[in-house]
Design a protein around this ligand. Sequence first.
Ligand code: ATP
Ligand code: MG
Length: 400
Amino acid sequence: MGTELFNQAKPILEKIEQHGFEAYFVGGSVRDYLMNRHIHDIDITTSATPDEIESIFEKTIPIGREHGTINVVYQGTNYEVTTFRAEAEYVDHRRPSEVYFVRDLKEDLQRRDFTINAIAMDKNFNIYDYFEGDVALNQHIIKTVGDAKERFKEDALRILRGLRFQSQLNFTIEGDTFEAMKHQIANVEHLSIERIVVELKKLIKGQNVSQSYLNLIDLNFFNYVPFFRSLDMKQTKVNSPISFELWIAILLTVEQTNTSLSDLKISNNEKTKINQYHKIMIEMPQVSSKEQLKLFVYDYGINNIIDIIAINSILEDNNIKIASPLIFNLQSIKEIDQHLPIRSRRELNINGGDILRITSKKSGPWLKEVLRQIEIDVLTNKVPNLKDELLKWVKENVKI
Ligand code: ATP
Ligand code: MG
């Protein structure tokens, strides 16, 4: 089971070996394979340098050449092939200032973060495990390769990664490793928010998030991170897996502040989603009639609302008021959605220009208000969505 992706990638290892170099599968794919978990992508580590990899394969992309990573495109799939490396001095507790390419597998595995991530596997599924990664996998333990304090001092992101693996795999963090996390937590301050967000997204939707979330709070992790440090994270709870966007929306709702999402440096799509969820959370308790629910479904979209209903228990844990299930339930929402007369303002058979043509008024904010009222009356079946009827509505309802 789970060997398919490795077999597909096997010719890459063979080709590298035919040129006299070593190559192995490594990292998350080997860990997940040994745990019988789903494997999502395959990383390859090799004694060949980036130049050598580029000369061996026809199609390559130099995505991270300076730290030794070349993408090899093989049968339509991208494989990250990284040269064995050791890391030089760390500056500011993040990313090494220089990397050295080495020719020895063990040295490469030694610079990896946790013993469960430092296992290599060759093309015949033989395992190379110098740091008892297999023992840790069997005992469900997260433990750094080498001295935990040193390793977290070098790169504080590893602290967060450790908690992320705890959440995803439901593992225990080994005593010394956890102590070192406490000791080095302040260095999280030096990390870029982008790297932090990548890990938080994985952590927050992990099966064991409740434990990792408590650890994040106990370690005071959030005090060292932009955006979160201005929130009172101690009063928030996450007891089951949730998406990053829903989580951030909960934080905004609990805090009732205008903390700027821009500090998170996430995409505009993500920000829009968070803001939609946030509005739903705030306005949902006020929905007390079928008619209001109809507008709600129209304004926010059935999928966003379903996402919110699915996390009702997390909302309650965070003292966020939820809507009455008598009105706000899946069945009513689906029924309403199926029968919406329009799905967006564009579907109205009247627009601003039509209205201006039959009035002597100049365009202004009133126009938007009129269009909103028309929208509401169409949605609640007070007027049919037909041009003549809508023009009549304007003549009757707007001073022209
Ligand atoms: P995922 O399944 O989420 O991809 P992963 O373990 O493969 O998990 P990646 O971020 O893809 O995580 O990293 C690949 C490998 O690179 C890790 O398994 C680990 O060996 C090594 N690694 C990644 N980040 C670090 C780090 N900050 N310090 C040391 N080693 C790291
Ligand atoms: Mg990976």
